[in-house]
Write a new protein. Structure first.
Length: 116
């Protein structure tokens, strides 16, 4: 059974930090790219950060220099370290695993709320 389970969300003050984790199971995680998306109320889901199976990363302009995506294939886990958080970072954050040949999976999401 394929699963992506996010954790680490919560309430934090502006300027604070959080680390999100996404634990994968039921598929060969190391061969998939992984991404973090977020969706704020009334807005479309947007890509925050992505990491390829080989470790290459890219980021949305809005989070460059503040967020870091990483993966630990031995633990089937992808992380999103978020620093210097802003109220506009408030959203539900979703983990995604993707493969051009085999499709993609989504986690259930974790809420991040940044208070001003």
């Amino acid at each position: 059974q394929v699963q992506l389970v996010e954790s680490g969300g919560g309430l934090v003050q502006a300027g604070g930090s959080l680390r999100l984790s996404c634990a994968a199971s039921g598929f060969t995680f190391s061969t998939y790219g992984a991404s973090w998306y977020r969706q704020a109320p009334g807005k479309q889901r947007e890509l925050v950060a992505a990491i390829t199976s080989g470790g290459k990363t890219n980021y949305a302009d809005s989070v460059k220099g503040r967020f870091t995506i990483s993966r630990e294939n031995a633990k089937n886990t992808v992380y999103l370290q978020m620093t210097s958080l802003k109220p506009e970072d408030t959203a539900v954050y979703y983990c995604n695993a993707n493969s051009p040949a085999r499709g993609y999976f989504w986690g259930q999401g974790t809420q991040v709320t940044v208070s001003s």
